[in-house]
Design a protein around this ligand. Structure first.
Ligand code: GLY
Ligand code: MN
Ligand code: MN
Length: 439
């Protein structure tokens, strides 16, 4: 029998905390749907982050229902055991196995969802559920809500109120507990090691895809099940396409290589970007851009502590990168005018970072009721300034064209400041050049 990946007690404890926060409302979370890749081939399956967060259960066609203060309090609906299907597609826990392995109070076959949940939801005024993520689950919830209304007869009441489950759960996921941090730190460590391996491997003539292979070998060998998001292995001008993912070009002498890649570990993802010269030595123009971006990244990280507003980090990043653009001759005029006209967005079109966790762009509010929120201990995010100068940009100084630089680290806020979880990958120019000197 297949065992669950992590200790079921972790998820039981987590459910208890969520149940306390539900304030009497019910919560329904559906598994992620399976996705066809082509014809009868499916994409590799990955569970919905919230479903995993609350159960550790990794099968599709499953639903979790939490009923604060009721018995049973935690209920799941899962696929039945099926010898033939399991022969083809692998082990299923089934209702009994799910109940005992995942410590759920009551577990039914997914086919019984309507019948059982109609009774289980009676008496609740509100239910948290995320609409429009899983069409099949949405149809089940629609039928359930209509059945519930019918079951109340002509009372005058409309449908049960549905609140957004992802917004609710996001606030819990935003501040990482000990177990979450342990997983995230391991994901960052594996990701950092793979970036070092990629730097050591890279030299003129290797293909971007081969660099990717070096990283993925390290990920799998270190216990990572998959990446947190598609690899970006972008040499030369490809680095100026933010989400470049063809990853199939030859890395050429004289070009930079930008790699944005992160391993997932127990559903937590690293998200690291490094930019380094294919030949192991920065040219003068590359050095000027790189040093400028690195200085800004380090300044931002040095500024981090509880109470700082994420919005201020965005503004500081944009302001300092605009200074750099003026210095490099990418834009001209008064800084205020450049920023007001959004001219800086041409070379820095993204934000300074994002929450990081089970989703690479993780759950959690950035703004609460229109007000920016301060960062708190346990919050994890990226700091990733960048500058991208397309080769065909005829207004940029010629020696800077085709240079794309981003430097991205992963951070956890501590009581006094922050911890950089990805500092094992070099980012200082002399460190990178030294590391690559042996290639
Ligand atoms: N790798 C996606 C990002 O940096 O946001
Ligand atoms: Mn990122
Ligand atoms: Mn990234």
């Amino acid at each position: 029998m297949r065992k669950s990946t992590e200790n079921a007690e972790i998820f039981k404890k987590r459910r208890k905390k969520i149940i306390e926060g539900l304030n009497g409302a019910a919560l329904i979370v559906a598994s992620h749907p399976e996705q066809v890749r082509n014809d009868d081939v499916h994409h590799d399956y990955r569970q919905d982050s919230n479903m995993y967060y609350l159960t550790g259960f990794e099968e599709p066609e499953s639903i979790l229902l939490l009923r604060p203060g009721k018995n049973p309090e935690s209920v799941m609906f899962v696929r039945k055991k099926d010898v033939e299907r399991e022969t083809w597609n692998g082990f299923r826990f089934g209702p009994e196995g799910t109940k005992s392995e995942f410590l759920i109070d009551a577990v039914y076959a997914i086919e019984d969802f309507q019948k059982e949940s109609l009774e289980l939801l009676k008496g609740f005024d509100e239910v948290y559920y995320r609409l429009f993520k899983n069409k099949e689950a949405d149809l089940k919830i629609e039928e359930l809500l209509l059945n519930l209304k019918r079951a109340y007869g002509r009372s005058g009441y409309g449908l049960m109120t549905v609140k957004d489950a992802d917004t609710f759960l996001g606030e819990y996921r935003l501040k990482k507990d000990e177990n979450e941090l342990e997983n995230l730190k391991r994901a960052c460590q594996i990701s950092a090691e793979a970036h070092v391996a990629a730097m050591k491997f890279t030299k003129p003539g290797v293909n971007e895809r081969q660099v990717q292979a070096v990283m993925s070998h390290h990920f799998y060998m270190s216990g990572s099940a998959r990446v947190g998001y598609p690899y970006i292995v972008a040499s030369g001008n490809n680095a100026t396409t933010l989400h470049y993912n063809f990853n199939d070009q030859e890395c050429k002498k004289g070009d930079l290589l930008l790699i944005d890649a992160g391993a997932e570990y127990n559903y937590f993802s690293g998200d690291i970007t490094r930019t380094f010269p294919v030949s192991g030595k920065f040219t003068e123009p590359q050095r000027k851009v790189y040093e400028g971006v690195l200085k800004i990244q380090k300044e931002l990280i040095a500024y981090l502590k509880p109470g700082v507003f994420f919005k201020d980090l965005h503004e500081m990043g944009a302001s300092r990168l605009t200074d750099l653009m003026l210095e490099l001759g990418l834009v001209s005029g008064r800084k205020d005018d450049v920023m007001k006209a959004n001219q800086h967005r041409k070379y820095y079109p993204h934000g300074i970072g994002h929450w990081l966790g089970m989703d690479v762009h993780d759950a959690g509010l950035y703004v609460i009721k229109g007000e920016p929120r301060p960062i708190e201990p346990g919050m994890c995010f990226t700091i990733e300034p960048g500058l991208y100068i397309p080769a065909n940009d005829m207004t940029a100084p010629p020696e800077l064209r085709g240079i794309g630089v981003r430097i991205e680290d992963n951070i956890v806020i501590t009581n006094k400041g922050c911890e950089v979880l990805t500092s094992a990958v070099p980012k200082e120019i002399d460190e990178i050049e030294k590391l690559m000197a042996g290639n």
